[in-house]
Design a protein around this ligand. Structure first.
Ligand code: SAM
Ligand code: SF4
Ligand code: F3S
Length: 458
């Protein structure tokens, strides 16, 4: 009697942004559909080890090579090692030159070719490199999305054509390309049928979306896409990331007055508070224009929360420029930020600029930015105590402190709320929109108490 061979296992280590998280999920989907791989969290158990890399800052890039060195010994028992993502895209063959034990190098747009690349690497016993940009072909070759809980990410566009002077993304991910409207809607409707209640639309500048409309010469913009997504039965919440200030049209602002499914939170990267630096960054807007967009948005949704990305220590940043960033933070009251010291990236125009600010000054500025935003985030969390918040229940809590089962979910502004299931059956609550009275604000989460079920798009 023949026994079935054990399923091959794949370990994926992800660096970088949510696009990369999304792509890592797709790698597992492709490999499981084509070659029966199952995911593992332990590289020691894996037949295939993949690194999905990020090159947005130097530190992220260098980490990949040190981590690769740590799995090199697994080659001896036949494991295949692959490097994908933005470092792969930028470095290509150079990765194999630096780490000759790597078998496969693939880019963000060629991850659907992984099964054949792996087969070829095994058959030919030499590294395979494919970092081309076949225009959005990947979406036509991916198996249907696997649902794991009530929330899901959906990529609506790839690449970026903005070429901010400091950023590698246009070089690593290629020019901006939007997926056709129908493809996005069919994917989301399929997810909703499987119980997904919240979608996060993904792309580098989602509000620059320009999707072909099936069978017509017309193009759908982001606002039209939102209208259609909001009309899909079962979709109670819509998030998106990242949006660009230049594409934040008045139509998009108006959508916040019309679509309750759009959460009360927007992530809108500003990068800096000084017009001089914004211009050197080639962002294409002034601090005043950014503030004006936020003012219009708050006129439609007074309690909308705002998060952002900030860079400190851009070449030539003076104390006065930096003060402008601090004043902007003070004025706009951001709820959260991804803030980093400028990192010169090879091949970008800003890498060639003279940079005289000492590292210690940049670090002090970064700490000031992060402390100001953290203090505001704590103030916002404290102000929620005593209110009832709509929360989408995602699953069991990892921070149970009570005697009975506890669950976790998120508020519209993405705060984790842990709460005791009480009289409710915990499994029945997963995927439900519930009302929770916030009883305590902790540094990285809230605690809540059951306050009743909520209408679908509360
Ligand atoms: N498309 C988004 C936008 O325009 O805001 C951001 C995408 S980028 C991958 C994520 C963030 O990384 C940027 O918003 C920026 O703050 C940061 N970033 C990009 N290049 C950087 C660099 N060279 N040094 C430091 N931070 C950088
Ligand atoms: Fe990078 Fe600018 Fe594109 Fe954002 S918009 S991905 S910061 S080039
Ligand atoms: Fe990094 Fe590429 Fe994302 S550079 S931030 S993984 S788009």
């Amino acid at each position: 009697m023949s026994s079935t061979p054990p399923a091959r296992k794949v370990y994926v280590r992800t660096f970088g942004c949510q696009m990369n998280e999304y792509d890592s999920g797709k790698m597992v989907d492709v490999l499981s559909a084509a070659q029966g791989y199952t995911p593992t969290d332990d590289p020691e158990q894996a037949d295939l080890i993949l690194f999905n890399t990020c090159s947005v800052r130097e530190k992220a890039q260098e980490k990949v090579f040190s981590d690769l060195g740590r799995v090199k010994h697994l080659k001896a028992r036949g494991a295949v090692i692959g490097v994908g993502g933005c470092v792969a895209s930028q470095e290509g063959e150079a990765i194999v030159a630096r780490a000759p034990y790597v078998d496969v190098v693939f880019g963000p747009q060629t991850l659907h070719r992984l099964p054949e690349l792996i087969d070829r690497a095994r058959a030919e016993r030499r590294a395979q490199v494919d970092i081309s940009f076949p225009e959005i072909e990947k979406f036509d070759h991916l198996p249907p999305a696997r649902v794991d809980g009530p929330t899901a990410f959906v990529s609506i566009m790839e690449g970026c054509s903005k070429y901010c002077s400091y950023c590698v993304v246009p070089y690593t991910r290629g020019e901006e390309v939007s997926r056709p409207l129908d493809d996005v809607l069919v994917e989301i409707a399929g997810l909703a049928d499987q119980g997904v209640r919240e979608v996060t639309l993904l792309g580098q500048n989602v509000n620059g979306y320009r999707g072909a409309m099936g069978g017509t010469a017309e193009i759908a913009d982001f606002t039209l896409l939102l209208d259609y997504v909001a009309a899909i039965p079962g979709i109670a919440r819509i998030r998106y990331t990242t949006s660009h200030p230049n594409e934040f049209s008045s139509r998009l602002v108006e959508a916040y007055g019309r679509l309750p499914q759009l959460v009360n939170h927007v992530h809108l990267p500003v990068q800096h508070g000084s017009d001089r630096i914004l211009s050197a960054m080639k962002r294409g807007y002034t601090a005043m224009e950014y503030k004006s967009t936020v003012r219009k948005l708050r006129a439609v949704r007074p309690d909308i929360r705002l998060s952002t990305d900030l860079i400190v220590g851009f070449p030539g940043e003076t104390e006065d420029d930096f003060d402008r960033t601090m004043r902007l933070i003070d004025e706009l009251r951001f709820d959260h930020s991804f803030s980093f010291v400028f990192s010169p990236r090879p091949g970008t125009p800003a890498a060639a600029l003279a940079d005289e600010t000492p590292a210690a000054v940049k670090l002090r500025r970064l700490q000031a930015v992060q402390a100001a935003i953290e203090a505001e985030a704590q103030r916002i969390s404290a102000s929620l105590v005593g209110t009832v918040q709509p929360v989408l229940v995602e699953g069991p809590s990892r921070r149970s402190i009570g005697p009975g089962p506890e669950l976790m979910g998120r508020t519209e502004c993405n705060r984790i709320v842990n709460f005791p299931a009480g009289e409710q059956r915990p499994e029945a609550l997963v995927g439900q929109m519930v009302g929770l009275r916030i009883v305590e604000a902790r540094p990285h989460s809230l605690r809540g108490e059951w306050a009743g079920a909520m209408p679908a798009a509360a």
